[in-house]
Design a protein around this ligand. Structure first.
Ligand code: UDP
Length: 249
């Protein structure tokens, strides 16, 4: 939630509280295949966010009446651990988590070839272990990689980042403080290879020029994230090849 209180989020050199430039992403690390029991999984550290994603499916649908005759259904559960934020979060699903589960599903679904698996379900479980702003975007980035790891056919990966306005300037990849005390934030997800936006939300007021600048900045950040996603997937398969061919791990 935004605060009405104004705080200085940029220093005299134009650097942010965590030392970043306005167009700089937070450090990003993605790992693939981190859970043995899931069909696909991924772990992401995006700044101070730490999120784990497990994907199951395509598998039988329970309860049966949810089945669709011509396509798979995609179900997403976004959940924050009680210890993921400074104030203990109740483990019961909040309205925010229900909304984010829907938003994340809608951002991922256009990339999945759901028509290939009629009468099945693809389940995506997202556990936020530590949150620091932008968790919906980091969840989308990690979930796309976990879906690919599960071998689910996709048109493209989906990568996401939030941009926003802090002290009147457009900034890439807001952290929690910037999200809370900034003038606006705008989460964007896209299938970068297909140049298709699958999520665009905006909170706050952006002029037409600011909106354009923010979107361009998001797209440039997404290209970097997309590269990291593909590198993470490649790394898993290179490791697998080395194991199979006896080249060690
Ligand atoms: N947050 C929190 N307690 C909550 C929910 C959120 O402290 O119960 C923090 C958390 O750091 C989160 C940030 O507020 O990342 C921004 O939340 P928002 O709803 O804007 O979603 P996000 O930016 O994580 O996609």
């Amino acid at each position: 939630m935004k605060s009405d209180q104004a705080i200085k989020l940029l220093n005299d050199e134009g650097l942010r509280l965590d030392g970043r430039r306005l167009d700089e992403l937070r450090p990003l690390k993605i790992e693939v295949g981190v859970l043995k029991n899931a069909d696909g999984s991924a772990y992401i550290e995006h700044g101070k966010n730490k999120i784990i994603v497990a994907v199951y499916g395509p598998r039988e649908v329970h309860p049966k009446h949810l089945t669709l005759p011509d396509r798979a259904i995609v179900r997403v559960r976004y959940h924050m651990a009680p210890f993921s934020v400074p104030e203990r979060k109740s483990p019961a699903p909040s309205r925010r988590e229900i909304e984010l589960s829907k938003v994340i599903r809608e951002a991922l679904e256009p990339a999945i070839l759901v028509e290939k698996f009629p009468r099945t379900a693809i389940d995506v479980f997202i556990e936020v272990l530590q949150a620091d702003g932008g968790t919906r975007c980091a969840s989308i980035t990690a979930a796309a990689v976990a879906l690919a790891d599960a071998g689910i056919p996709m048109k493209d990966l989906v990568a996401a980042v939030a941009v926003g306005k802090i002290n009147g300037k457009i900034a890439l990849d807001l952290n929690h403080l910037e999200d809370q005390y900034g003038e606006g934030d705008m989460p964007v997800a896209m299938m970068p290879g297909l140049k298709t936006i699958t999520l665009l939300q905006a909170d706050g007021i952006f002029s037409k020029e600011e909106f354009k600048q923010a979107l361009d900045l998001a797209i440039s950040g997404i290209q970097v994230i997309y590269r990291k996603q593909r590198e993470a997937l490649k790394k898993k398969y290179e490791k697998m090849i080395r194991t199979v061919t006896g080249g060690g791990s």
